[in-house]
Design a binder for this molecule. Structure first.
Ligand SMILES: [Zn+2]
Length: 355
């Protein structure tokens, strides 16, 4: 199944303006205020008072806050604060519902309906599967063109409409198709006119795309993402390798209903590569691999993710995200969650799938 999808981890894209409230920051402030750590004005903006209150909460409550508090780490900290003091979860945005949908004119109604119902159904199932409590209320924008998407984003989210429209243009480029991408707290779907009539398997494809994007949304809530404008090295360390990011999203989308089984790894390695040589995972770590090895990131990533689930179960992925959230490097999180270093896993992968 081919559709375009990326997790736009820290696009280098700052929020619209300092005036826009960040839902994660607002949640952090509300919880701090409820716990009697004065965060200054509760306005969804991270200022010195917010940072000071957060630092003193972290010190008193033993919350490891190695990652600075910024817009893209705030929802992760909203979650971590609530996990420390359970009554504070009352402030979690997810209490008002998991999604906030915005559908543009010209979108096929049945397709929009299916995207919404699938997301709503899949989210509790996924939370259970990965054993994660989710704090956020994600915004979902569905449009038929980049222009409409930009307008909806500008109107309903904290992101700048024009930059999102330029990203969306690529995802709207495959005629009569569907494309999607995720930023922290926001999923965007571009459904082009004629999509349903041109695709016999449109329902199955929607189910796949929504499950895939949901895995990305979960990552942004649980682990946060690197700060806007981070270097490539900092992005890799915070967000993890792209084969793992996209591989897990695909593996879940393929077999999330039934659970991912290790045997499927072999099945997919045959169907994706059919005797051709699979590249090493090491070459699929950096975001630049999305340009140089686009389909390998997804295909080899899926095989590897299924293999990892076979090793330690699906909840090991939830654990990986949980540890990433504490500011550990992805390698340290990987080892703690999957029981071996990335190097050892790469060797195992070479033996099983590349020899
Ligand atoms: Zn993706």
């Amino acid at each position: 199944m081919r559709f375009t999808c990326f997790l736009f981890l820290a696009l280098g894209l700052a929020l619209s303006s300092a005036a826009q409230a960040s839902p994660g920051a607002l949640c952090v402030e509300q919880q701090l205020a409820a716990a009697k750590f004065d965060p200054g004005p509760v306005d969804g903006k991270i200022d010195d008072a917010t940072k000071k209150a957060f630092a003193s909460f972290a010190a008193k409550r033993g919350l490891r806050a190695k990652v600075p508090l910024h817009e893209f780490s705030a929802m992760s900290y909203c979650r971590q604060i609530g996990l420390k003091i359970s009554r504070l979860k009352r402030q979690w945005p997810s209490r008002k519902g998991a999604f906030d949908f915005h559908v543009g004119k010209g979108v096929d109604r049945q397709v929009a309906k299916r995207i919404q119902s699938q997301l709503k159904k899949a989210r509790p199932r996924m939370a259970k599967f990965f054993k994660l409590e989710l704090p956020g209320r994600d915004k979902v924008v569905i449009g038929a063109s980049a222009g409409v998407i930009g307008g909806l984003v500008e109107q309903h989210t904290e992101y700048p409409g024009r930059s999102i429209a330029s990203v969306a243009r690529r995802h709207c480029s495959n005629k009569g198709g569907i494309g999607a991408f995720v930023l922290p707290g926001l999923a965007v779907f571009c459904v082009q006119p004629g999509y349903r009539s041109k695709n016999e398997n449109w329902q199955r494809e929607i189910d796949f795309v929504t499950a895939h994007e949901l895995v990305h949304l979960v990552q942004t809530q649980v682990a946060g993402t690197s700060a806007p404008g981070s270097s490539a090295a900092a992005k890799l360390e915070r967000d993890g390798p792209v084969w793992l990011v996209e591989g897990f999203a695909n593996a879940y989308a393929i077999s999330g209903r039934t659970g991912i089984s290790a045997a499927e790894g072999f099945l997919f390695s045959n169907s994706f590569y059919d005797g051709k040589r699979i590249p090493s995972l090491k070459t699929l770590e950096k975001r630049s691999a999305l340009h140089s090895h686009y389909s390998d990131v997804y295909d080899a990533g899926t095989i590897a993710a299924i293999d990892l689930v076979g090793l330690k179960g699906a909840k090991s992925y939830g654990r990986y995200l949980d540890i990433l959230a504490t500011g550990a490097s992805w390698q340290a999180a990987f080892k703690a969650a999957f029981g071996m270093t990335p190097e050892a896993f790469y060797k195992r992968f070479d033996r099983r799938y590349r020899s």
